[in-house]
Write a new protein. Structure first.
Length: 336
């Protein structure tokens, strides 16, 4: 498959602060073929659609604006994909920055591997202290969902899923579009269907995306709560746990809650709870220090890094508990 035209698809909702950089990144791409950009706006109230058009005109980027009245990412992406004419459909996000070789590298990997979906690694980067701390926490095996040990090999490798992704149009024909019943985890769910349909997903660590984390712990907590909450419908739909790692946060939340309740009556439970929290704190501290040093951050940032870990884990674990309770409630209602 030769990639002559790339269709960029972007869901958007109140992203005025990120549009200029996104369009500038797209205009600077060194891909020698043609590029079209389709943006689905979910009802922005901050002037994002007008700013997107102005930025595209200023940078010479061909953009088609679509309405996404549902507001969710899945519906917006599907609307764009239905209009896309490219040999490769590249899903981008307004919160990320893309090096000038990004599209070219995706096209090369797609051509050389025949994979249905290809992608790279996410490099979290922030400007404020909280964003930098969250980036440190994400960029470690103890932290965020974007970390993968396979990136260390430096070689292209077949994986279960990639962030964002560049799809052959056949992937949607044979595996279907994004599941519009999902507000989160739609990428993981689609990639699972791609693999079940016989497709291959390839990650090339030479391809990088710079991602700006949420700027407050409250927003991080909410973000990861939603990740955990919407993981449950995906597991129920396909009848399988997507990864053992995804169960660790809910195991943490469940064990801490259970031991805290039992400690009201059992001294042994208090000792067990203290030991678990001490172990968690030790792992968080070691991971936070290593990540901060590895990224060239000052050690005075470490306390902020430590605050990010429970925002990830408690948010995700509590989200899975919420998703399980909703699932059980719906099942009970159907049975009744």
């Amino acid at each position: 498959m030769t990639v002559r035209l790339i269709s960029i698809v972007v869901p958007m909702l109140n992203e005025a602060g990120h549009i200029g950089r996104l369009v500038t990144d797209i205009a600077a791409q060194d891909f020698e073929g043609d590029v079209e950009m389709l943006v689905a706006d979910g009802g922005s109230t901050d002037g994002s659609p007008a700013e997107m058009r102005e930025a595209a005109d200023r940078c010479g980027v061909a953009v088609t604006m679509l309405d996404n009245p549902a507001g969710w990412v899945s519906q917006g992406l599907n609307a764009c994909i239905r209009r896309a004419a490219g040999d490769l459909i590249v899903r981008l996000d307004c919160h990320s920055n893309y090096p000038r070789d990004y599209l070219r590298r995706l096209a090369v990997v797609a051509e050389e591997t025949g994979a249905w979906n290809v992608g790279g690694i996410v490099v979290p980067e922030g400007s404020t202290r909280t964003e930098r701390a969250v980036a440190c926490a994400m960029d470690s095996p103890f932290g965020g969902i974007g970390w993968t040990r396979k990136a260390a090999s430096g070689d292209r490798v077949e994986v279960d899923t990639v962030t964002f992704g560049a799809f052959r149009p056949d992937a949607f024909t044979r595996a279907g579009l994004y599941d519009e019943a999902l507000a989160r985890n739609q990428d993981d769910e689609l990639n699972l269907r791609i693999r079940r349909a016989g497709g291959k997903i390839v990650m090339d660590p030479a391809i990088t995306v710079s991602y700006t984390p949420r700027g407050s712990y409250r927003k991080v907590l909410r973000q990861y709560y939603e990740y955990g909450f919407w993981k449950v419908p995906v597991m129920r739909k396909h009848g399988q746990v997507l990864s053992a790692r995804s169960l660790a946060p809910v195991a943490l939340v469940g064990s801490v809650a259970g031991l805290a309740a039992a400690s009201l009556a059992l001294p042994a439970a208090r000792w067990a709870l203290a030991a678990e929290l001490a172990l968690y704190g030790s792992l968080a501290l070691a991971s936070g220090v290593a990540s901060a040093r590895g990224r060239g951050e000052p050690l005075r940032l470490v306390p902020r890094v430590l605050a990010a870990y429970p925002a990830f884990h408690v948010g995700y674990g509590a989200g899975m508990v919420g998703g399980l309770l909703r699932s059980l409630g719906r099942r009970a209602a159907r049975d009744a």
